[in-house]
Design a protein around this ligand. Structure first.
Ligand SMILES: Cc1cc2nc3c(=O)[nH]c(=O)nc-3n(C[C@H](O)[C@H](O)[C@H](O)COP(=O)(O)OP(=O)(O)OC[C@H]3O[C@@H](n4cnc5c(N)ncnc54)[C@H](O)[C@@H]3O)c2cc1C
Ligand code: FES
Length: 264
């Protein structure tokens, strides 16, 4: 089993909004969009985070301050040491025809990374939908604008873009245009709705799933999905439409901290 662990100081911290920060680390990470790392704070434990971007000498993650571990990270300063192992998991495929990306909330980092890679690969048409509760919650608006041929915004309260969800915008777009591939990353209920729309139009899709992950390398079983026993940290977190069809707990339930199945 591969374990590429690096102990690194935080090189930069960028405030995205009141609850989200992007952390930069100077180190090499051979990662693809959709993969994640396990980030350790010494004597505090380890949690998984998606990769926002990599270049030759650095990599980034955007983290939401949501609970005990992430609030610890938010107390850390430039120069403080953390440890990172990975990258782990499966990445998005790289379709370069007509591509639609549907994102929601703080799950958009892998789509931002994917947009960059698809542009580098010469994607023919790239359309993004970026959804959030309110305008300040939107991430990487300028980046999607630059990287995509067309970029749409949806906010629940209508403070920016269309009033509604990214799935509402998706439905409107698919009335006028078709795509070779749809990439979806957001809260699971939103992804479930987006999958229903993609199915209605008989379009292929991939989703970015989140489950409680403890080891990240297929040992503990906490990320296993029913009934197929898919080990998400190894076989996901990016899952294609055929695999997703076999997962009964998508949008319904997950294993919590103790491994017990809980409703989402
Ligand atoms: C593959 C993957 C990629 C992720 N990428 C990001 C990211 O880019 N940015 C980001 O902010 N968060 C990301 N997360 C979620 C992140 O790991 C959790 O938000 C974080 O662990 C919360 O820890 P906490 O102690 O602060 O909060 P807790 O109090 O432990 O949890 C807060 C909420 O997060 C859920 N959660 C906690 N730990 C995990 C875990 N290990 N796996 C999944 N859900 C968990 C809990 O069920 C709860 O709903 C990702 C999770 C996975 C599985
Ligand atoms: S997180 Fe341990 S098996 Fe996936």
């Amino acid at each position: 089993m591969k374990c590429d662990r690096q102990t690194l100081p935080i090189a930069a911290i960028r405030e995205e909004n009141s609850s989200l920060r992007t952390f930069t680390f100077n180190g090499q990470l051979n990662a693809e969009p959709g993969q994640f790392v396990m980030l350790t704070i010494f004597s505090q434990g380890e949690k998984p985070f998606s990769i926002l971007d990599v270049d030759a000498h650095s990599f980034q993650m955007t983290i939401k301050n949501i609970g005990p571990f992430t609030s610890r990270i938010f107390k850390m300063k430039i120069g403080d040491l953390v440890s990172v192992r990975g990258p782990y998991g499966q990445s998005f495929s790289r379709k370069t025809g007509h591509v639609l990306m549907v994102g929601g909330g703080y799950a958009t980092p892998p789509l931002r990374f994917l947009a960059k890679k698809l542009q580098e690969a010469g994607v023919q048409r790239l359309v993004s939908i970026n959804g959030a509760r309110t305008a300040p919650d939107l991430l990487y608006v300028d980046d999607f604008e630059i990287l995509c041929h067309e970029s749409y915004i949806a906010t629940d309260d209508g403070s920016r873009g269309t009033k509604g969800t990214s799935v509402d915008v998706m439905e409107n777009i698919l009335r006028k245009e078709t795509f070779d591939q749809i990439y979806i990353s957001g809260p699971e209920k939103m992804m479930k709705a987006a999958v229903a729309v993609a199915k209605k139009h008989q379009l292929p899709y991939e989703v970015n799933l989140e489950r409680y992950m403890k080891c990240g390398v297929g040992i503990c079983g906490s990320c296993v999905m029913d009934p197929t026993g898919l080990i998400l940290c190894i076989e996901g977190p990016i899952v294609d439409h055929e695999t997703l069809d076999g997962l009964d707990d998508f949008g319904v339930s997950h294993r919590g901290k103790t491994g017990r199945i809980e409703a989402l």
